[in-house]
Design a protein around this ligand. Structure first.
Ligand code: SAH
Length: 343
């Protein structure tokens, strides 16, 4: 856990780590749960922790800081989506997006500042990886967004900047932190993690967090096409990935989501749809078609509505569950694949 100005970000601490810290400071263990509860409420200062004695608050201030990021810029879309550029104490920037759905409010958080996966259609990877975020910094985006919007947030998708499985340990920390009953107390089923397909981590995730939803960015019906847009495909072969995903559904008993950004003239043909359908028929899966969101500086164009509809029809005919993702926030560059740190 790195430090800023010699202090630790207390938002990274689990309840048991806080108990150790409080005990070390010569205080009663039960104080840790009080502090942990306040942190989950999004307090900015130790002095807001009203039931924590003043001398403990000052001891905490000596050792920790509350690492809520600053909202450097926030934009509201006409559909109610809010995108915020957050900056942490060391200057690291990430974007997070707040969205309203019929089932409730949701936030899309970043797991890294930048990304090193190199998908050719995505904006997040254009400036490479700055650094990975800590679990507490993932949590902090939610707390800060709630403070900013004044809205409750009951669903979290880890689909912002970065590859969560390229930062697996801190992702795990985040999930444990936000799920803790004494803290934010978010149900595991209300969390979705999206990966570009790091096979060993999919296996770990199935064992560690079988109740958390998993989405896999597929974007192609075969190895040859996938390699063209996703460098990660050169490391992890298509058929091995599909086998791992199949095993995931068997181990967890849960459906897996495949994301498929539909790109004009690249992967939007009915032949592509037929090939994908033949691979997914009979699976516990769901395909989420995302009409490509165009990114400035990238040449790909979005598939037209007709080809997206035709693609969908082929999957349906083959009894593969499919939906077209509603695009939120594209007028403020907040849609899938449009998040980045340098603007
Ligand atoms: N690195 C993870 C998390 C990112 S999630 C992953 O790859 O899954 C963001 C989703 O949006 C991914 O499915 C990603 O492939 C997709 N995406 C990226 N650029 C896009 C674009 N320009 N239009 C639509 N979807 C895009």
């Amino acid at each position: 856990m790195y430090r800023v100005a010699g202090k630790y970000n207390i938002l990274n601490c689990s309840l048991s780590e806080l108990e150790d810290a409080v005990t070390e400071l010569g205080e009663k263990k039960f104080r840790a749960a009080q502090i942990f509860g306040w942190l989950a409420k999004g307090v900015k200062d130790f002095d807001e922790m009203k039931n924590v004695p003043a001398d403990l608050r000052s001891k905490l201030t000596g050792r920790f800081y509350i690492g809520l990021p600053e909202a450097v810029r926030s934009q509201k879309s006409k559909d109610g989506t809010v995108k915020c550029l957050f900056e942490f104490a060391d200057g690291t920037q990430v974007e997070s997006v707040f969205m309203k759905y019929e089932y409730g409010n949701s936030i899309c958080i970043s797991s890294q500042s930048g990304c090193r996966m190199g998908c050719t259609f995505c904006a997040s990877t254009m400036d490479g990886l700055d650094r990975s975020l800590t679990g507490g910094e993932m949590l902090a985006q939610i707390l800060a967004m709630r403070n900013l919007t004044g809205e409750d947030i009951g669903h979290v998708v880890v689909m912002g900047m970065g590859e969560p499985f390229d930062n697996y340990d801190e992702l795990s920390r985040f999930i444990r932190l936000i799920h803790d009953k004494k803290g934010y107390d978010l149900g595991l089923r209300n969390i979705t993690v999206s990966t570009c397909g790091l096979i060993p981590k999919i296996k770990e995730f199935a064992a560690d967090f079988p109740q958390v939803n998993l989405a896999v960015s597929l974007h192609a019906p075969n190895q040859k096409l996938r390699e063209q847009t996703m460098p990660v495909a050169r490391k992890y072969d298509y058929d091995d990935l599909m086998k791992t995903c199949r095993e995931y559904t068997e181990i967890t008993g849960r459906r897996i989501t495949f994301e498929y950004a539909v790109i004009d003239g690249v992967n939007d043909s009915t032949a592509c749809a037929e090939e994908l359908a033949s691979k997914l028929r009979g699976w516990l899966s769901h395909v989420n078609l995302i009409p490509l969101n165009e990114v400035r500086g990238r040449s790909y164009r979005t598939a037209n509505e007709r080809s997206v509809a035709a693609f969908k029809k082929v999957l349906e005919r083959n009894v593969v569950a499919v939906t077209v993702r509603r695009t939120l926030g594209s007028d403020i560059d907040a849609a899938c694949g449009q998040l980045r740190r340098n603007r």
